[in-house]
Design a protein around this ligand. Structure first.
Ligand code: FPP
Length: 246
Protein backbone atom coordinates (compact mmCIF):
# COMPACT_ATOMS: atom_id res chain seq x y z
CA UNK A 1 0.00 0.00 0.00
CA UNK A 2 2.73 2.48 0.81
CA UNK A 3 4.35 1.42 -2.48
CA UNK A 4 1.44 3.18 -4.09
CA UNK A 5 2.30 6.47 -2.41
CA UNK A 6 5.95 6.16 -3.35
CA UNK A 7 5.62 5.32 -7.02
CA UNK A 8 4.36 8.28 -9.03
CA UNK A 9 1.87 7.16 -11.63
CA UNK A 10 -1.27 8.36 -13.32
CA UNK A 11 -4.37 6.19 -13.08
CA UNK A 12 -6.22 7.62 -16.05
CA UNK A 13 -8.67 5.15 -17.49
CA UNK A 14 -8.63 2.86 -14.47
CA UNK A 15 -11.45 2.62 -11.99
CA UNK A 16 -10.88 2.85 -8.24
CA UNK A 17 -9.99 -0.40 -6.54
CA UNK A 18 -10.77 0.90 -3.06
CA UNK A 19 -13.65 3.29 -2.41
CA UNK A 20 -14.32 4.73 1.05
CA UNK A 21 -17.63 6.37 1.91
CA UNK A 22 -18.66 8.81 4.62
CA UNK A 23 -22.37 8.02 4.80
CA UNK A 24 -23.84 11.33 5.91
CA UNK A 25 -27.33 12.80 5.93
CA UNK A 26 -29.50 10.11 7.55
CA UNK A 27 -30.76 12.52 10.23
CA UNK A 28 -31.73 15.25 7.75
CA UNK A 29 -33.38 12.71 5.49
CA UNK A 30 -35.58 11.53 8.38
CA UNK A 31 -36.31 15.04 9.64
CA UNK A 32 -37.46 16.11 6.17
CA UNK A 33 -40.07 13.37 6.45
CA UNK A 34 -41.11 14.33 10.00
CA UNK A 35 -39.59 11.10 11.34
CA UNK A 36 -37.12 10.38 14.14
CA UNK A 37 -33.42 10.28 13.22
CA UNK A 38 -33.25 6.53 13.69
CA UNK A 39 -35.69 6.12 10.83
CA UNK A 40 -33.01 7.69 8.62
CA UNK A 41 -30.33 5.32 9.93
CA UNK A 42 -32.56 2.34 9.09
CA UNK A 43 -33.05 3.66 5.56
CA UNK A 44 -29.27 4.17 5.39
CA UNK A 45 -28.61 0.57 6.38
CA UNK A 46 -30.70 -0.61 3.43
CA UNK A 47 -28.50 1.40 1.06
CA UNK A 48 -25.40 -0.35 2.35
CA UNK A 49 -26.63 -3.63 0.88
CA UNK A 50 -27.30 -2.06 -2.52
CA UNK A 51 -23.90 -0.39 -2.69
CA UNK A 52 -22.03 -3.55 -1.64
CA UNK A 53 -23.87 -5.47 -4.35
CA UNK A 54 -22.87 -2.93 -6.99
CA UNK A 55 -19.14 -3.20 -6.22
CA UNK A 56 -18.16 -6.33 -8.16
CA UNK A 57 -20.06 -5.15 -11.22
CA UNK A 58 -18.06 -1.93 -11.42
CA UNK A 59 -14.67 -3.30 -10.42
CA UNK A 60 -14.56 -1.99 -6.85
CA UNK A 61 -12.79 -4.66 -4.84
CA UNK A 62 -12.60 -2.82 -1.51
CA UNK A 63 -15.38 -0.77 0.06
CA UNK A 64 -14.88 0.94 3.41
CA UNK A 65 -17.81 2.66 5.10
CA UNK A 66 -17.93 5.00 8.08
CA UNK A 67 -20.70 3.68 10.32
CA UNK A 68 -19.87 5.22 13.72
CA UNK A 69 -17.12 7.66 14.64
CA UNK A 70 -15.30 8.17 17.92
CA UNK A 71 -17.14 11.52 18.03
CA UNK A 72 -20.61 9.98 17.55
CA UNK A 73 -20.81 9.07 21.27
CA UNK A 74 -21.71 12.74 21.81
CA UNK A 75 -25.15 12.14 20.29
CA UNK A 76 -28.15 11.55 22.56
CA UNK A 77 -28.13 8.29 24.46
CA UNK A 78 -31.28 7.25 22.59
CA UNK A 79 -29.63 7.71 19.19
CA UNK A 80 -26.41 5.97 20.25
CA UNK A 81 -28.21 2.94 21.64
CA UNK A 82 -30.54 2.91 18.61
CA UNK A 83 -27.51 2.82 16.32
CA UNK A 84 -25.81 0.08 18.34
CA UNK A 85 -29.03 -1.98 18.16
CA UNK A 86 -29.15 -1.37 14.42
CA UNK A 87 -25.58 -2.62 13.98
CA UNK A 88 -26.38 -5.79 15.96
CA UNK A 89 -29.51 -6.46 13.94
CA UNK A 90 -27.73 -5.67 10.66
CA UNK A 91 -25.00 -8.21 11.39
CA UNK A 92 -27.44 -10.92 12.48
CA UNK A 93 -29.72 -10.36 9.50
CA UNK A 94 -27.09 -9.97 6.79
CA UNK A 95 -24.35 -12.38 7.93
CA UNK A 96 -25.47 -15.42 5.94
CA UNK A 97 -26.14 -13.42 2.85
CA UNK A 98 -22.81 -11.57 2.98
CA UNK A 99 -21.01 -14.89 3.27
CA UNK A 100 -22.96 -16.43 0.40
CA UNK A 101 -22.31 -13.44 -1.85
CA UNK A 102 -18.55 -13.69 -1.40
CA UNK A 103 -18.17 -10.59 0.76
CA UNK A 104 -15.31 -10.55 3.22
CA UNK A 105 -16.23 -8.31 6.15
CA UNK A 106 -13.75 -6.58 8.43
CA UNK A 107 -14.24 -4.00 11.17
CA UNK A 108 -11.87 -1.17 11.98
CA UNK A 109 -11.96 1.12 15.00
CA UNK A 110 -11.50 0.67 18.73
CA UNK A 111 -13.63 -2.21 20.01
CA UNK A 112 -12.91 -1.56 23.69
CA UNK A 113 -15.82 0.84 24.16
CA UNK A 114 -18.32 -1.33 22.27
CA UNK A 115 -20.61 -3.73 24.09
CA UNK A 116 -19.55 -7.35 24.33
CA UNK A 117 -22.52 -8.73 22.42
CA UNK A 118 -21.82 -6.47 19.47
CA UNK A 119 -18.09 -7.31 19.53
CA UNK A 120 -18.92 -11.04 19.54
CA UNK A 121 -21.12 -10.59 16.48
CA UNK A 122 -18.39 -8.59 14.75
CA UNK A 123 -15.78 -11.28 15.48
CA UNK A 124 -18.14 -13.99 14.27
CA UNK A 125 -18.91 -12.19 11.02
CA UNK A 126 -15.21 -11.60 10.33
CA UNK A 127 -14.51 -15.25 10.94
CA UNK A 128 -17.35 -16.65 8.88
CA UNK A 129 -16.46 -14.47 5.86
CA UNK A 130 -12.68 -14.82 6.17
CA UNK A 131 -12.46 -17.14 3.14
CA UNK A 132 -14.23 -14.71 0.79
CA UNK A 133 -12.52 -12.55 -1.79
CA UNK A 134 -15.18 -11.19 -4.18
CA UNK A 135 -15.63 -7.88 -2.32
CA UNK A 136 -13.87 -6.68 0.82
CA UNK A 137 -16.27 -4.68 2.97
CA UNK A 138 -14.69 -2.82 5.87
CA UNK A 139 -17.01 -1.23 8.41
CA UNK A 140 -15.55 1.56 10.54
CA UNK A 141 -17.19 1.34 13.95
CA UNK A 142 -16.06 3.53 16.83
CA UNK A 143 -13.42 4.68 14.39
CA UNK A 144 -11.43 7.92 14.35
CA UNK A 145 -8.37 8.55 12.20
CA UNK A 146 -6.40 10.29 14.96
CA UNK A 147 -7.41 7.63 17.47
CA UNK A 148 -6.22 4.94 15.05
CA UNK A 149 -2.84 6.64 14.53
CA UNK A 150 -2.45 7.13 18.30
CA UNK A 151 -3.26 3.44 18.95
CA UNK A 152 -0.80 2.45 16.23
CA UNK A 153 1.90 4.66 17.75
CA UNK A 154 1.27 3.07 21.14
CA UNK A 155 1.70 -0.46 19.77
CA UNK A 156 4.79 0.59 17.88
CA UNK A 157 6.21 2.18 21.05
CA UNK A 158 5.73 -1.14 22.89
CA UNK A 159 7.61 -2.96 20.13
CA UNK A 160 10.41 -0.40 20.31
CA UNK A 161 10.55 -0.73 24.10
CA UNK A 162 10.84 -4.51 23.73
CA UNK A 163 13.59 -4.16 21.16
CA UNK A 164 11.54 -5.69 18.33
CA UNK A 165 11.82 -2.47 16.30
CA UNK A 166 14.74 -0.02 16.25
CA UNK A 167 13.76 3.69 16.45
CA UNK A 168 16.01 4.41 13.45
CA UNK A 169 13.93 1.98 11.36
CA UNK A 170 10.61 3.75 11.96
CA UNK A 171 9.45 5.32 8.70
CA UNK A 172 6.45 5.66 6.37
CA UNK A 173 6.52 1.93 5.75
CA UNK A 174 6.60 0.95 9.40
CA UNK A 175 3.74 2.92 10.91
CA UNK A 176 0.95 1.71 8.55
CA UNK A 177 1.69 -1.87 9.63
CA UNK A 178 0.26 -0.91 13.01
CA UNK A 179 -2.90 0.72 11.63
CA UNK A 180 -6.27 -1.06 11.73
CA UNK A 181 -6.18 -1.10 7.92
CA UNK A 182 -2.79 -2.81 7.60
CA UNK A 183 -4.10 -5.48 5.21
CA UNK A 184 -6.00 -3.06 2.96
CA UNK A 185 -4.75 -0.96 0.05
CA UNK A 186 -5.11 2.79 0.50
CA UNK A 187 -8.41 4.23 -0.75
CA UNK A 188 -8.34 5.63 -4.28
CA UNK A 189 -11.58 7.53 -3.91
CA UNK A 190 -13.38 8.93 -0.86
CA UNK A 191 -17.03 9.89 -1.28
CA UNK A 192 -18.99 11.97 1.22
CA UNK A 193 -22.73 12.39 0.88
CA UNK A 194 -25.03 15.19 2.09
CA UNK A 195 -23.18 18.28 0.92
CA UNK A 196 -20.59 18.58 3.68
CA UNK A 197 -17.03 19.06 2.40
CA UNK A 198 -15.10 17.66 5.36
CA UNK A 199 -13.29 14.41 6.00
CA UNK A 200 -14.25 14.26 9.68
CA UNK A 201 -11.32 12.22 10.93
CA UNK A 202 -11.85 9.38 8.42
CA UNK A 203 -8.82 7.39 7.16
CA UNK A 204 -6.48 10.34 7.67
CA UNK A 205 -3.24 8.50 7.00
CA UNK A 206 -4.60 6.25 4.28
CA UNK A 207 -6.28 8.99 2.20
CA UNK A 208 -3.14 11.07 1.64
CA UNK A 209 -3.36 10.50 -2.13
CA UNK A 210 -7.07 9.78 -2.53
CA UNK A 211 -9.44 11.66 -4.81
CA UNK A 212 -12.44 13.18 -3.05
CA UNK A 213 -16.01 13.46 -4.19
CA UNK A 214 -18.46 15.51 -2.14
CA UNK A 215 -22.03 15.17 -3.31
CA UNK A 216 -25.28 16.76 -2.11
CA UNK A 217 -27.35 13.56 -2.08
CA UNK A 218 -28.29 12.39 1.43
CA UNK A 219 -27.07 8.87 2.20
CA UNK A 220 -30.52 7.17 2.19
CA UNK A 221 -31.00 8.53 -1.36
CA UNK A 222 -27.59 7.32 -2.57
CA UNK A 223 -28.44 4.72 -5.21
CA UNK A 224 -26.22 2.24 -7.02
CA UNK A 225 -26.76 4.39 -10.12
CA UNK A 226 -25.20 7.44 -8.45
CA UNK A 227 -22.39 5.26 -7.11
CA UNK A 228 -21.71 3.84 -10.57
CA UNK A 229 -21.59 7.34 -12.09
CA UNK A 230 -19.12 8.63 -9.50
CA UNK A 231 -16.89 5.58 -9.88
CA UNK A 232 -17.04 6.07 -13.67
CA UNK A 233 -16.01 9.74 -13.32
CA UNK A 234 -12.97 8.73 -11.32
CA UNK A 235 -11.59 6.80 -14.27
CA UNK A 236 -11.29 10.08 -16.17
CA UNK A 237 -9.09 11.73 -13.58
CA UNK A 238 -5.30 11.57 -13.45
CA UNK A 239 -3.53 10.95 -10.19
CA UNK A 240 0.02 12.16 -10.11
CA UNK A 241 1.10 11.49 -6.50
CA UNK A 242 3.05 14.73 -6.68
CA UNK A 243 4.81 13.98 -9.97
CA UNK A 244 4.22 15.49 -13.42
CA UNK A 245 2.20 13.09 -15.57
CA UNK A 246 0.85 15.29 -18.39
C1 FPP B 1 -24.46 10.13 9.53
O1 FPP B 1 -25.71 10.73 9.30
C2 FPP B 1 -24.61 8.72 9.70
C3 FPP B 1 -24.23 8.03 10.81
C4 FPP B 1 -23.59 8.60 11.98
C5 FPP B 1 -24.48 6.59 10.90
C6 FPP B 1 -24.20 5.80 9.67
C7 FPP B 1 -24.97 4.60 9.79
C8 FPP B 1 -25.68 4.01 8.84
C9 FPP B 1 -25.74 4.41 7.44
C10 FPP B 1 -26.50 2.90 9.27
C11 FPP B 1 -26.14 1.56 8.91
C12 FPP B 1 -24.77 1.13 8.76
C13 FPP B 1 -24.50 -0.17 8.80
C14 FPP B 1 -23.14 -0.66 8.58
C15 FPP B 1 -25.53 -1.15 9.09
P1 FPP B 1 -26.17 11.82 10.30
O2 FPP B 1 -27.00 11.20 11.34
O3 FPP B 1 -25.00 12.60 10.81
O4 FPP B 1 -27.04 12.75 9.38
P2 FPP B 1 -27.25 14.31 9.56
O5 FPP B 1 -25.92 14.95 9.24
O6 FPP B 1 -28.28 14.61 8.53
O7 FPP B 1 -27.71 14.56 10.95
Amino acid sequence: MSEQAKEPRGDKGKGPVHVAIIMDGNGRWAQARGKPRLFGHHAGAKRVREIVEACPEIGVKYLTIFAFSTENWKRTQAEVSGLMGLFRRYIKKEAQDLRDRGVRVRFIGDRVKLDDKLVDLMDELELMTAGNDRVHLTIALNYGGRDEVARAAKRLAYDVAQGAVQPKDVDEETLPRYLDTYVLPDPDLVIRTSGEARISNFLLWQSAYAEYEFIDTLWPDFTDKIFTRIVGNYAGRTRSYGAVTR
